[in-house]
Design a protein around this ligand. Structure first.
Ligand code: NAI
Length: 338
């Protein structure tokens, strides 16, 4: 479950951050896209960010010029396609929403062929130019792109598992919102820990661990779990070919980036789910797993155990593990032959 400090609102965290001594250069790779643009807008408002470097193969200088007029202190610079290395110089945090999104009828895995090489190449550039940067991977399929990034960094000899994160925050955001719709409770009272991975059956919400979630039973429970697992499809369908979640994802990405920046700046007790290198299911041959993680000055400080699970959650977990394993192995195999 979230700690008190992890459940701060953006406003509260900005108040905290304005007094923090350490500030940070952040890069967004894919800043011209549906997620990249609103994510850049939200990061411009985060006072822990000193400089915002916006890179894309299309349109980043325009987005940067626009966002740079916002009256917060950070400096915004846009970088065109041929200036990836310049965009990465001296950055502490790199957020990657580059790649293609889903169209109706597609699974996240269908994006693999295009996005795998995009994230590999961007990770290789990070390894070369800013090897100590923290990498926040939004590009799907996250279950595979995180292993690809990790293997790419390993090949370059700069891998540190404390600094690579798959952003699963949208699942957490959706779970809170959807549970609040079912119960009538405020979303702040519905903070569900979501574990596993980031696609369909690999998304495992631990509803039994919070008061408002515990009481949801039967068909209502089944529908709620399905909605948390497949909520992304609602957006893909409604956008009717124009892409997948961008605004809620930008919100979720900015929320996770804010949590990491607070941890990096020394705030204690920042705990949130994220998909990282993890020992929790290493015995089952699963190297990466999303669970509550404490974020601190080194990135990942402490991976929390899952805690008590209901019988239903045990079943969800049993269904998650084999799919997640396949997704991870697919990413690793791609990186190995690259
Ligand atoms: P989009 O197509 O609107 O934007 C992607 C951007 O990436 C474009 O501006 C494109 O020019 C850029 N790009 C492509 N190759 C690049 C490269 N090599 N270097 C830099 N930029 C490059 O797509 P959208 O909607 O922003 O989605 C981006 C990714 O995020 C997709 O893979 C999507 O599946 C994923 N996503 C992840 C979620 C999550 O919860 N982790 C939720 C929703 C989407």
């Amino acid at each position: 479950m979230f700690s008190r400090s992890a459940s701060r609102t953006f406003t509260q965290s900005r108040q905290f951050s304005s007094s923090a001594a350490r500030q940070t250069k952040v890069a967004v790779l894919g800043a011209g896209g549906g997620i990249g643009q609103p994510l850049s807008l939200l990061l411009k408002q985060n006072k822990l960010v000193t400089s915002l470097n916006l890179y894309d193969i299309r349109g980043a200088p325009g987005v940067a010029a626009d966002v740079s007029h916002i009256d917060s202190p950070s400096k915004v610079t846009g970088y065109p396609a041929d200036q990836l290395d310049q965009a990465l110089e001296g950055v502490k945090v790199v957020v990657i929403p580059a790649g293609v999104p889903r169209k109706p009828g597609m699974t996240r895995d269908d994006l693999f062929n295009t996005n795998a090489s995009i994230v590999r190449d961007l990770a290789a550039a990070v390894a070369r130019v800013s090897p100590e940067a923290h990498l926040l991977i939004i590009s799907n399929p996250v279950n595979s792109t995180v292993p690809i990034v990790s293997e790419t960094l390993k090949k370059a000899g700069v891998y540190n598992p404390q600094r690579v994160f798959g952003v699963t925050t949208l699942d957490v955001v959706r779970a809170a919102r959807f549970l609040s719709e079912v119960t009538g409770a405020h979303p702040d009272e519905c903070k569900v820990t979501v574990v596993g991975g980031h696609s369909g059956s690999t998304i495992v919400p631990l509803l039994s661990q919070i008061a408002h979630g515990k009481g949801v039973k039967g068909e209502t429970y089944d529908k709620l779990v399905h909605r948390i697992q497949f909520g992304g499809d609602e957006v893909v369908k409604a956008k009717d070919g124009a892409g997948s979640a961008t605004l809620s994802m930008a919100y979720a990405g900015a929320k996770f980036a804010d949590a990491l920046l607070r941890g990096l700046s020394g705030e204690k007790g920042v705990v949130t789910p994220t998909f990282v290198k993890s020992d929790l299911f290493a015995q089952e041959g699963i190297e990466y797993f999303s669970s509550n993680v404490e974020l601190g000055v080194n990135g990942v400080e402490n991976i929390h155990p899952l805690g008590p699970l209901s019988a239903e959650e045990e079943k969800l977990l049993a269904a998650c593990l084999p799919d997640l394993k396949k997704n991870i192995e697919k990413g690793e195999a791609f990186a190995a032959q690259s």
